[in-house]
Design a protein around this ligand. Structure first.
Ligand SMILES: [Zn+2]
Length: 440
């Protein structure tokens, strides 16, 4: 029998040390984190490899070997974290304090906590299951929070054989409680939205603002923006969202159960639309979103501006082509005076298959270990490094294997981020159990 209470305390202690390291990105400085992980891995006989990708930028891998009958599984986490304003936190964001049953600090959920669960699960697997059908790769990546140029992308370009695997287990979804239902729904990210960043440039004619002449660049731009922003209220059901709601429907009683399972019927979808989209995260799964992020026009109080510019962050649903989407925007704008400049265009989005041993085993383990827990596929509005693996044809799944309610989730990239010791126990147990079965 595994002493899970002991494991949970060990996880809390190791995570506390990890959270004390300020791996803020920028600048990242993942070297100190990699050194810390190297020590933990070496102590457990798991030999780490360091892959420097820039000054003070490093990636780390460690491989627990199997007999090679099956292809490896890669356990992914990133070592860098986002900024934390100490004035807004109740304590030091880098204290790693263990208090009231929680480990506190930036990165507890995103995603050093998951790295520690993986490391301990790997160690348990090594000690308790010497006969394994496949390698398990532990991968601690740099630079996820700034796009991955020094991290996963760099590793794929320079050390692909070190991280090539059949399945990748990344972040993305959570065991969400009191979100869709009071029962926990473990949402497993299988795809992401595609980010398209554009600049709109409207050209008009200068003049005295006391005599409006109808060719004010700001007016032209505002007209175009108004027509584009209408996209934010155009909802549609994509296949991943349909699967998610069908699973949630199984938890509900009639008529909700029926309605959620039959959303592909346009009448039912329209009927359910306002209920489904009342939460902005869920709403983002059901539409292409447009946010104006920069707006610029004019220099002086009494001069009509000749040029006006807006930057847009657009997140397209998977399956959209960038070209097709730009055509649609042009026809919405319908104004020759507005030019579209592409700042960033996304790669093709791939959806990971859920008809796999990995997904089935994950669902099975969750069903056994979490009373009334279910698993459902998720489309994430944000981006993770999984997209790079999916482009390489690998099935990547995003799940932080712990139970979190909306209040806890708000601390993710927010204030007073923390993880309960109880969740560290559950997460390590789920990770271990999934790996054990997939190594049979
Ligand atoms: Zn993250």
């Amino acid at each position: 029998m595994i002493d899970w209470e002991f494991t949970a305390d060990e996880a809390a202690r190791l995570l506390s040390g990890y959270l004390k390291i300020k791996s803020l990105n920028p600048p990242g400085n993942e070297k100190e984190s990699a050194d810390y992980l190297s020590t933990l891995l070496n102590e457990r006989g798991l030999k780490p490899k360091i892959h420097p990708s820039g000054s003070d930028r490093v990636n780390l891998t460690a491989r627990l070997p199997g007999d090679g009958r099956k292809k490896p599984i890669l356990l992914y986490h990133h070592m860098d974290v986002v900024a934390a304003d100490p004035r807004r936190w109740s304590g030091d964001p880098f204290s790693g304090e263990i208090r009231d049953g929680y480990v506190w600090g930036r990165g507890a959920i995103d995603m050093k906590g998951m790295g520690i669960m993986q490391l301990l699960a790997l160690d348990l697997l090594q000690r308790r299951h010497p006969r394994r059908s496949r390698d398990i790769i532990f991968f601690a990546a740099a630079d996820e929070e700034k796009g991955g140029a020094f991290g996963t992308q760099w590793m794929i370009e320079n050390h692909w054989p070190e991280i090539e695997a059949e399945y990748v287990w990344d972040e993305g979804g959570f065991g969400l409680q009191d979100f869709f239902d009071e029962r926990p729904v473990f949402t497993v990210a299988v795809t992401e939205k595609k980010d398209l960043w554009l600049k709109l440039i409207a050209r008009g004619e200068p003049g005295h603002s006391g005599i409006p002449h109808g060719r004010n660049a700001a007016d032209i731009l505002l007209g175009a923006l108004n027509r584009i922003m209408a996209l934010n209220s155009k909802y549609e059901l994509n296949p991943v969202a349909a699967m998610l709601f069908a699973e949630i429907g199984k938890l509900k009683s009639f008529p909700q159960s029926f309605l959620l399972k039959n959303l592909h019927n346009p009448l039912i979808f329209r009927l359910m639309q306002s209920a489904l989209t009342s939460d902005s995260t869920v709403a983002a799964m059901l539409k292409d979103t447009v946010s104006i992020t920069v707006l610029r026009a004019g220099e002086k109080e009494n001069i009509i501006p000749e040029i006006a510019e807006a930057t847009l962050d657009i997140r397209m649903l998977p399956g959209r082509s960038t070209e097709g989407f730009l055509e649609k925007l042009k026809s919405l704008i319908a104004d020759e005076q507005v030019e579209i400049e592409i700042i960033h265009a996304p790669e093709e989005t791939v959806i990971s298959n859920i008809d796999t041993d990995f997904y089935r085993t994950l669902s099975e383990v969750i069903r056994e270990l979490v009373p009334k827990g279910i698993t459902a596929p998720l489309l994430t509005p944000g981006t993770t490094d999984s997209c790079f693996f999916r482009q390489k044809g690998i099935n990547a799944y995003g799940l932080f294997p712990a139970i979190i309610d909306p209040g806890e989730l708000a601390r993710f990239h927010g204030i007073d981020e923390r993880i309960s010791v109880e969740n560290l126990r559950l997460g390590t147990q789920i990770t271990y159990e999934v790996l054990r079965r997939l190594c049979e």
